[in-house]
Design a protein around this ligand. Structure first.
Ligand code: GNR
Ligand code: NI
Length: 167
């Protein structure tokens, strides 16, 4: 396994729409395992393949509390098939936008359908931090970032800061 470099703003790769995974072959499983190692190393509670430069619809998530056993989730081609009727605000961070926090109001519960690491279709009903993380990761698959929930002014200020830092 390997820790992969995480791409950060303003890299335009983060805006790409990722392609569906065609089959869970050995290269895809290796990528999934490398993504898990990269996420735990960061550390983060989720990671989308595009954050390591691969435009495939793959995400990994572990929303277990610190000190609890690991609960790695690996999802290919995830789709939200149901959302709850209540929302909750949560201050989100993103490994691709270091030191930025954005309060985002999202559905409190979601049901996601996906293909797991063994190629089997799964459905998972999630709430709390896990539901938030699932929605955050699925946004990455469509090039959507947490700063897109801000006003254009605030978003542009953040993007300008990252452009300056990358010079
Ligand atoms: O590590 C992460 N923490 C986090 C906190 C609140 C809401 C979402 C997240 S996901 C983030 C890792 C990341 O950037 N995944 O794309
Ligand atoms: Ni993110």
């Amino acid at each position: 396994m390997a820790v992969l470099p995480i791409i950060t703003l303003p890299d335009p790769v983060l805006r790409k729409i990722s392609d569906p995974v065609e089959s869970i072959d050995t290269a895809v499983v290796r990528l999934m395992d490398d993504m898990l190692e990269t996420m735990y190393d960061a550390p983060g509670i989720g990671l989308a393949a595009i954050q390591v430069g691969v435009p495939k619809r793959i995400v990994v998530i572990d929303a277990a509390d610190e000190g609890e056993p690991r609960q790695p989730l690996v999802m290919a081609n995830p789709e939200i098939i149901a959302i709850g009727s209540t929302t909750r605000p949560y201050e989100e961070g993103c490994l691709s936008i270091p030191d930025v926090r954005v309060e985002i109001e999202r559905p409190e519960t979601v049901t996601v359908r996906y293909i797991d690491r063994l190629g089997k279709q799964q459905e998972l009903a999630a709430g709390g931090l896990l539901a938030t993380a699932i929605q955050h990761e699925l946004d990455h698959l469509d090039g959507q970032l947490i700063i897109d929930f801000l006003s254009r002014l605030k978003r542009d200020i953040i993007i300008r800061k990252f452009k300056k830092m990358s010079r």
